[in-house]
Design a protein. Structure first.
Length: 222
């Protein structure tokens, strides 16, 4: 996925990195994009997708995440450092959620996704691969994962992320939306972190800066 069509989690990760680290990552992204445009196979790996699929399966009661994580590490040793952190953080959150919600929790059978577009800067943010849960008979929870070890998901990052989710999923209420910092097992919602009205301006400013740097690198490397 290129930077001008970017997953929300990746956008939030890039937005709050130190400048030098972000520049290094954007250079790698630019090289990968140029390779893709020339018909070469992308070197990018969807590193977190197998874990999140297992986490959703655990939430649905179809598998055990501890066992699934062990199998994933056996398949790919590159996962041995990050996957246990993701597992422990997720299980901490999930077990606490089950403890204080005294209602049945089920996974929605249909996937929910959407996009948030910024026509003036030619950028699109994707919100997909959610954990969509039905709680009891009348409540919904849309859980969007943030996987990165660093930077930690800050309150500001969570606020602009929740704002982007509400834009991408207009048929769902923002009160039902959560962003889960998976490693730390912490969720962010508007009831605890209410929007302040500046979220669009912050998001737009940070996204346009990242796009500008990425496009400059494409020009220089191409």
């Amino acid at each position: 996925m290129s930077i001008d069509t970017i997953a929300l989690r990746k956008a939030l990760h890039l937005f709050y990195l130190k400048d030098s680290i972000r520049s290094t990552k954007l250079k790698r992204e630019a090289k990968d994009e140029l390779a893709r445009r020339s018909g070469q196979k992308s070197l990018a790996r969807h590193f977190h997708y197998p874990f999140w699929a297992d986490a959703k399966s655990h939430a649905a009661g179809k598998s055990d995440l501890t066992e699934s994580t062990d199998r994933q590490i056996e398949r790919d040793w590159h996962r041995k450092n990050l996957y246990p952190k993701l597992r422990d953080g997720f299980l901490h959150w999930w077990n606490e959620t089950r403890r204080w919600i005294n209602e049945d929790i089920e996974e929605f059978p249909n996937s929910i996704s959407g996009t948030c577009g910024f026509a003036d800067i030619e950028g699109i943010v994707r919100v997909d691969n959610l954990m969509s849960l039905k709680v009891g008979t009348d409540k919904t929870r849309l859980i969007y994962p943030y996987f990165s070890d660093r930077p930690t998901l800050s309150e500001e990052a969570a606020r602009i992320g929740l704002w982007a989710m509400s834009r991408a999923l207009p048929n769902h209420g923002i009160d039902d939306m959560r962003i889960l910092d998976v490693i730390r097992g912490e969720t962010f919602s508007v009831d605890r972190h209410p929007l302040q009205g500046d979220e669009e301006a912050i998001f737009r400013h940070r996204y346009s800066s990242v796009l500008r740097e990425w496009r400059l690198l494409l020009s220089e490397l191409g």
